[in-house]
Design a protein around this ligand. Structure first.
Ligand code: GUN
Length: 300
């Protein structure tokens, strides 16, 4: 069976194009959507992500600033910066790039960001609203997965979705999105993690398998049901002397063998990774719109 390739790039472009009229409308109402990204330290992968976020903002006409802080920034300094950004009307979204250096408490920082500006959807208020099925800013990567499924008309209603990985950034919010009683979800969900026994017993039952483990190519063809849809969230650098950079990117799924078995699959790169930034742009615009509506006392 020839698997359909689910191109994140196409979906990401469609999402971003859909934002242009919304951005124009905000600007007409006197609000220029704005995002601030905070990067602590010099992790090379994080530097790439942060640069790509700034570029995406620029291409859409979203105001953005990047605050680069030294690796020895204290908790107090970071807390105070977040307080200032919460109070700064130029920014409707605040993103603190994870992971933070070990001496900093990420939970404390996430809880300090105003929920109205929580474009990562990581704040406990955002998580709680998501679980309760209320309107909220959704975590970008899982929301991007949902967007890919919707774009390619992949039915989720009543399907069995298996999520592999239970991170706060992907696995848990992915689970919480997929069981919601909404048009592009309403699935039965299983979540697998490092404590799961006989992983393949679960993955083999998946109509839609979503993998976010950070373990390069851990999902092999023998773990996937014939005709399943496979969404690979992983982006891993593995050493490769034949490449100029000395590494290549692979997902959490053994792509070449799994694509022979499944009906559709996201590639790495070119799959889910591109969605995260598109959804961040969407959340920033949403936060700006909410700000406009608040300014106008809810009058649209
Ligand atoms: N690090 C990896 N992914 C993310 C993300 O979606 N948001 C933030 N803030 N940091 C990340």
């Amino acid at each position: 069976m020839e698997a359909k390739i689910l191109h994140g790039k196409v979906v990401a472009e469609a999402v971003k194009e859909g934002l242009r009229p919304r951005i124009e409308k905000c600007i007409k109402k006197g609000v220029y959507p704005g995002l601030v990204v905070v990067l602590v330290g010099e992790d090379p992968a994080s530097q790439v992500y942060v640069r790509n976020k700034a570029r995406a903002c620029e291409s859409l006409g979203i105001y953005s600033e990047t605050r680069c802080l030294s690796v020895d920034t204290t908790q107090k300094e970071l807390n105070e910066l977040v307080d200032r950004l919460n109070a700064d009307d130029r920014f409707h979204g605040i993103l603190v790039q994870m992971p933070l250096p070990k001496h900093l408490d990420d939970i404390e920082i996430i809880e300090r960001i105003s929920p109205q500006k929580d474009v990562d959807g990581f704040h406990p208020m955002s998580v709680g609203r998501l679980v309760q099925g209320q309107n909220t800013l959704l975590p970008c990567t899982p929301a991007g997965v949902l967007e890919i499924l919707a774009y390619y008309n992949i039915e989720t209603n009543g399907k069995h979705v298996v999520v592999v990985g239970r991170s706060n950034i992907v696995g848990k919010p992915m689970l919480n999105l997929m069981y919601q009683k909404s048009k592009h979800a309403n699935a039965t969900v299983t979540i697998c993690h490092t404590g799961t026994r006989n992983m393949e017993e679960h993955t083999l039952r998946a109509d839609i398998l979503i993998v976010a483990t950070g373990v390069p190519e851990m999902i092999k063809a023998g773990m996937v049901k014939d005709g399943a849809v496979v969404i690979d969230v992983g982006v891993n650098r593995v050493d490769d002397d034949t490449r100029k950079k000395g590494y290549r990117l692979v997902g959490d799924v053994a792509y070449d063998e799994v694509k022979e078995r499944c009906s559709a699959i996201t590639p790495v790169p070119g799959g889910v990774g591109l969605m995260t930034i598109a959804m961040l742009m969407k959340n920033t615009v949403q936060a700006a719109e909410d700000h406009v509506n608040l300014k106008n006392n809810g009058k649209k």
